[in-house]
Design a protein around this ligand. Structure first.
Ligand code: C5P
Length: 222
């Protein structure tokens, strides 16, 4: 158990995965369930923090007790909600899987297939990188910013590069695998610090990883 070491602190957590609409019935999405972000929100609240959870398409997960939940759909909506909430936050943890790209155009009517015609290609445009943006230009001075990265190979080397590129204080690096990460109840990760620290978190419940993240955040807030 942890003391109420986050009492008096406001934290923002993003969770889930963005959906980028093509037309009223279709979207580009990803496999993020939102479970790691919800575990972060629950554990922060249990440790006394006031928590805003920006939830991208996490229907099916119960709202954590005592947590303010802001539902969003797209990366652009998630960016707005995060930046607004981050203005009064001591820490921001970006656990959401944010789409790097969105369709350049939205069709207001359902896209139809036409007999004998090839489908139209989908043109993508870049989404804003919210983590890089708030890390470079902190909505509130001195706040601690945490990112997540799912990697399939060279996990640590790629994680270090990503930590520097994003400019955040901590980066939780997951190896994407069969039983791990997406949709599962367990996770295994290494938390890299901008100060060069490396904290391995063994395979276990997403709450345990969440508590390690808050330990590292609490150290940096102290
Ligand atoms: O670059 P990559 O998508 O691997 O980075 C993952 C981290 O960056 C996550 O913390 C995610 O929430 C954040 N991210 C973001 N905006 C994006 C893409 C990712 O904030 N457009």
């Amino acid at each position: 158990t942890h003391a109420a070491d986050l009492a008096g602190h406001h934290v923002v957590v993003s969770a889930g995965g963005t959906r980028e609409p093509l037309d009223p019935v279709r979207f580009l999405g990803n496999r993020s369930s939102g479970k790691q972000g919800y575990a972060l929100a629950r554990t922060a609240a249990a440790r006394g923090a006031s928590v805003t959870l920006i939830a991208a398409n996490t229907t099916g997960l119960p709202d954590p007790a005592g947590v303010e939940v802001v539902p969003v759909g797209t990366a652009v909506q998630l960016r707005e909600a995060v930046i607004k909430a981050a203005a009064h936050a001591d820490a921001v943890v970006m656990a959401a899987a944010v789409a790097d790209f969105r369709p350049a155009a939205y069709a207001t009517g359902k896209i139809k297939k036409k007999d004998g015609e090839d489908p139209e290609p989908i043109t993508l445009v870049r989404n804003p990188d919210i983590l890089a943006e708030i890390s470079g230009d902190r909505p509130r001075p001195g706040q601690v910013i945490v990112g997540f990265a799912a990697e399939t190979d060279d996990v640590l080397a790629n994680g270090r590069t990503k930590l520097r590129r994003k400019g955040c204080d901590l980066l939780v690096v997951n190896e994407v695998g069969e039983r791990k990460t997406f949709g599962s109840e367990e996770n295994e990760a290494v938390v890299l610090g901008a100060d060069g620290s490396e904290t391995p978190v063994p395979y276990g419940p997403k709450e345990a990883l969440a508590d390690t993240v808050w330990d590292l955040v609490a150290q940096r807030l102290a």
